[in-house]
Design a protein around this ligand. Structure first.
Ligand code: AMP
Ligand code: ZN
Length: 468
């Protein structure tokens, strides 16, 4: 079996064949740096990290570019609300984003192009589109892409041609499928833009969001590359518009494989800033959740399935990581004198892991193979049947698979300072729950603290705590 991915544009799994043997070029839409990214955003970035790590595990040399959107409707609005310059705002959240990536043990992209550094290239591409007859200037000094001129428009998002309003225009960066219109490549200056503007052949203004990614991907990876990713909300309009711009400007194919990850939900609704139902990485770390539990939770549900965020899921995730870590440590110090070299078990685990992950990153299948080996290995160590050579070979396999999962050695990201007031409040809440004979609630508090590395000890003088 070969490596296969579900390609959004064809709506089917396809065998992966890079343009250049052994090499993969991927472009992943990055954050809009107007606020802290929430863990819904990180679900998408983490899927991209998993994808890249697995491609590397399979021997590909991957080049990844991830843009930072540092000028768009949202960044301008927020900088005005906060009464600071656009750069001041975006610098703050660029650094926060890089710090979060590190905490979550994501591999840094090879390039992080920032939109404001590519405005002259954007003006060039828009001029080119205008010369070729795909774009036109509107009376307010904006430039629009004429979707009627591009016959393939709507192929990625499966738009119904009857729903496209010919001649209509949409100026916003984000809009719904019901509002398919000509979209803005360049936005003529409006007083709300304050001092955010550039000179252009159409007067002063600023780029639209979609042109940013067409230009930065072409500049860094060339006009035609292998993989382009994002969350499912990027399919329309962002990626649909990117295809139109890039194909019409360069006259070449653009992207071979479009991969999109599903949402992280809270109570069955998309985690998002607008619904105010989001958690940042900092929120969870402040509550004492280690980064490895968050990482595990986000990568271990298949990327095309919706994932409901919950605290109990985080606690389960921590247990799974702990099991892997304990096994890994035991293997390293194993001194039993058995004869079993575990060759067939290792071969099976590895081939089952690859078989599953090759099938569009079937992570549950991959982990089932790993945990089967963990179960078998633990038993073989307890019984003393495993040889030292076998333990060391399993250790090597776990290490190589951890290039993909990346949880064995990562730091928890938690400050070593303990929030004593928080723990005391939890102990008090547990005491209340016990007084009310609500033992489910009191157990849940104990488990929640345990997942954060805090052990409760009930004594005659009341409940005490210690770090595990
Ligand atoms: P933004 O900063 O809004 O441009 O979003 C950055 C990335 O996060 C995009 O690829 C979005 O598709 C993705 N994203 C936003 N919300 C969620 C969510 N709740 N679950 C998964 N991905 C999301
Ligand atoms: Zn993008």
């Amino acid at each position: 079996m070969s490596l296969r991915f579900y390609n959004t544009i064809t709506r089917q799994k396809e065998t992966f064949q890079p343009l250049e043997e052994g090499k993969v070029q991927m472009y992943t839409c990055g954050p809009t740096v107007y606020d802290y990214a929430h863990i819904g955003n990180y679900r998408t970035f983490m899927f991209e990290d998993l994808l890249r790590r697995y491609l590397e595990y399979r021997g590909y040399e991957v080049t990844q570019a991830m843009n930072l959107t540092d000028v768009d409707d949202n960044t301008i609005r927020r900088s005005k609300e906060r009464n600071i310059s656009l750069t001041e705002l975006t610098d703050e959240f660029k650094s926060a984003f890089h710090a979060d990536l590190k905490t979550l043990n994501m591999q840094p992209a090879h390039q992080y192009p920032e939109a404001t550094n590519y405005v002259s290239e954007m003006i060039e591409m828009i001029s080119d589109l205008q010369q070729k007859g795909y774009a036109y200037k509107a009376p307010d000094g904006s430039v629009y892409f004429n979707i009627e001129k591009y016959g393939q428009y709507g192929k990625l998002a499966h738009l119904n041609p009857d729903e496209m309003v010919s001649g209509g225009r949409v100026a916003d960066d984000s809009y719904e499928k019901e509002g398919v219109r000509d979209f803005a490549l360049w936005k003529g200056y409006k007083p709300e833009d304050g001092d955010v503007h550039w000179d252009s052949p159409w007067g002063k203004g600023r780029p639209g969001w979609h042109i940013e990614c067409s230009v930065m991907s072409t500049e860094l990876l060339g006009p035609h590359f292998d993989i382009h990713c994002g969350g499912v909300d990027n399919i329309f309009p962002h990626h649909e518009n990117e295809i139109a711009q890039s194909v019409c400007a360069t006259g070449q194919d653009f992207v071979n494989y479009w991969l999109h990850s599903e949402y992280l939900l809270v109570d069955n609704k998309k985690m998002s800033k607008s619904l105010n139902n989001f958690y940042t990485l900092r929120d969870l770390q402040d509550q004492g959740y280690p980064a490895e539990a968050i990482r595990w939770m986000l990568i271990t549900t298949h990327y095309r399935q919706k994932l409901n965020f919950s605290v109990s899921r985080l606690e389960e995730s921590q247990k799974a990581v702990n099991r892997m870590r304990e096994f890994y440590t035991k293997l390293a110090s194993y001194e039993g004198g058995g004869q079993e070299d575990a060759e067939s078990q290792i071969k099976t685990a590895q081939s089952q892991f690859i078989l599953a992950m090759d099938d569009d990153l079937n992570i549950s299948g991959g982990l089932a193979a790993v945990f089967e080996l963990v179960r078998w290995g633990n038993r073989a160590m307890v019984e003393g049947a495993l040889s030292v050579r076998g333990a060391s070979a399993i250790h090597d396999l776990m290490q190589s698979i951890d290039h993909v999962l990346a949880v064995l050695d990562m730091d928890s990201g938690l400050s070593t300072e303990v929030d004593e007031a928080y723990i005391e409040s939890k102990i008090e809440a547990r005491k209340q729950a016990r007084a009310n004979k609500d033992f489910a609630a009191s157990d849940a508090i104990r488990d929640e603290l345990a997942a954060q590395g805090i052990e409760l000890i009930d004594t005659a003088q009341g409940t005490k705590w210690k770090l595990k």
